[in-house]
Design a binder for this molecule. Structure first.
Ligand SMILES: Cc1cc2nc3c(=O)[nH]c(=O)nc-3n(C[C@H](O)[C@H](O)[C@H](O)COP(=O)(O)O)c2cc1C
Length: 222
């Protein structure tokens, strides 16, 4: 596929056909994804390919608790898990919330990956600011997105979920993570049931401005 087409059509796919990945496909995906940039080229990522159904279920159940909290915070009018405007702890999480499609069917997902990062590889230039830090993620999520782009390039697809990070201590024990390694994402990869081709995204003029944040929008090419 053309790079631009891959970038414009890599949707979040949460449901997959029963067909597995073609032989060698996962290795090829990771072999492309490893060319992601990282601060200082430290490449602090590790990928655990989770194939044990019981382990998948444990990870999905941990993730589902966060999914339910996410829905409950949203239902209460909050931007869920937002660090600036934190939802209060006392929000009640109802029992009858919808299941997350990836987590519900986790045993049947063709490949489940947990990406972790060695925190000792990160250079986090905003770590001393008096606000929530974002720079560390920039050394690992380009790699994660590369996995999704590489999957799309092979006619496959997947979704990045971050629910598991909220249960990191339990997940770390289940996955035998060494000290200083953090949970980055749990991904499902497969052949999507639906392959959307038109993603809903804001136009360039809504987020690119000249000279200042409130400057004039960047013009489209004439
Ligand atoms: C950092 C990040 C975290 C995400 N976490 C989740 C998640 O926990 N669960 C999930 O179903 N989707 C997750 N997504 C997928 C987003 O929901 C998805 O990219 C977005 O809704 C756009 O969907 P589309 O590409 O299909 O239009 C995450 C995406 C990113 C980039």
């Amino acid at each position: 596929m053309e790079l631009s087409d891959v970038m414009r059509t890599t949707a979040a796919a949460r449901a997959f056909t029963a067909e597995g990945l073609p032989p060698g496909a996962l290795h090829r995906i990771l072999d492309d994804a490893r060319f992601a940039p990282s601060g200082g080229n430290q490449q602090g990522w590790h990928v655990i390919v989770v194939r044990d159904p019981a382990l998948r279920r444990r990870l999905a159940d941990l993730s589902a608790a966060t999914w339910r909290r996410y829905l409950a915070e949203q239902a209460a009018g909050y931007r869920a898990f937002n660090p600036v405007d934190r939802a209060p702890d006392h929000i009640e999480v109802p029992d009858d919330l919808p299941a997350h499609p990836l987590l519900e069917a986790i045993e049947a997902v063709p490949e489940v990956l947990v990406v972790t990062v060695d925190l000792r590889t990160l250079a986090v230039t905003d770590c001393d600011l008096d606000r929530f830090s974002v720079v560390g993620g920039a050394s690992i999520y380009p790699f994660v997105h590369n996995i999704l782009l590489a999957a799309r390039n092979q006619g496959l697809g997947g979704v990045l979920t971050t629910f598991l990070a909220a249960s990191e201590p339990t997940a770390a024990a289940l996955l035998h993570l060494p000290d200083h390694h953090a949970v980055v994402a749990l991904l499902g990869i497969g052949r999507p049931v639906h392959q959307p081709t038109r993603l809903r995204r804001h136009p360039v003029a809504s987020f690119a401005t000249i000279d200042h944040h409130d400057g004039p929008p960047l013009d489209p090419p004439s």
